[in-house]
Structures are given as structure tokens and as C-alpha cells.
Write a protein that binds this ligand. Sequence first.
Ligand SMILES: [Zn+2]
Ligand SMILES: [Zn+2]
Length: 135
Amino acid sequence: MNLRNCARCGKMFNYVAGQPICEPCKKALEDDFQKVKAYIEENPRASLRQISEDNQVTTKQIQTWIREERLMFSKDSPLQLTCENCGELIQTGRFCAKCKTSMANNLNDTFAKPKPALQQPVKQEKKAGMRFLDT
Ligand SMILES: [Zn+2]
Ligand SMILES: [Zn+2]
């Protein structure tokens, strides 16, 4: 047994794998996703806030789906997603096709580990004392 608190409703549940969310919440989330997906197809020009308000889904959740490349936006969407690497307009995910390809190539060329988050500050210095992970 691996009991955890559901990240969505806070209830304890038996965690197996994937997102730390209980079964009923997983279902609810999937319903939300389908709803949002259909909504975007019908309202390609809706803004993030509009989508969030009309579907009762947090903008954070919508952004998560975008990063997971589950939601696609048309070119005339006001969302203006940009590649995190070069700033090119993209329709889903975090990087444009070009950057994805060059990242994949870099990976093959060297044994460097993937570094999608290029601008992440290095905060690994040993800090004395007790420091817990931010929650
Ligand atoms: Zn839950
Ligand atoms: Zn790019």
C-alpha cells in the first residue's frame, strides 16, 4: 500500500503510478479534458481565461495539457504559444519542431543528458541546514 493524498481533492488513496490523483479525480479530469478539447475545436479563438472560465478548469491545468501536447491550438488562436527555446510560434507542447529535432540530434551526438529547461538556474549548491522541498 502506498497511501497518498490526492493532488486534486486531497483525499487519501492507494497510489499506484502516474499522477498522484485518486481514481474519481482521474475520471473527472479526463472528462474535463474532453470538454476543453471539444470547446477549443468549437472556439478556436478563445483565450486561455475564457477556456478556463467556460469550462471550470484552471488555467494551470490547461497549460499542463498543452505541455503534454494533448491540446492543439490553431494558428489564429490568441494563445500564442511560443517555443521555449527559440520563441517560434507553436501550436502545442513546449518546443517547435526545429528545436525538438536539434535537441534530439544533440542527444545522439553527445552523451549529455536532455536539458529541455535551458534557463533553469542551477541551485544545487550545498546549503547548510535543513531545507525541505518547496511544496
Ligand atoms: Zn481525488
Ligand atoms: Zn524553437
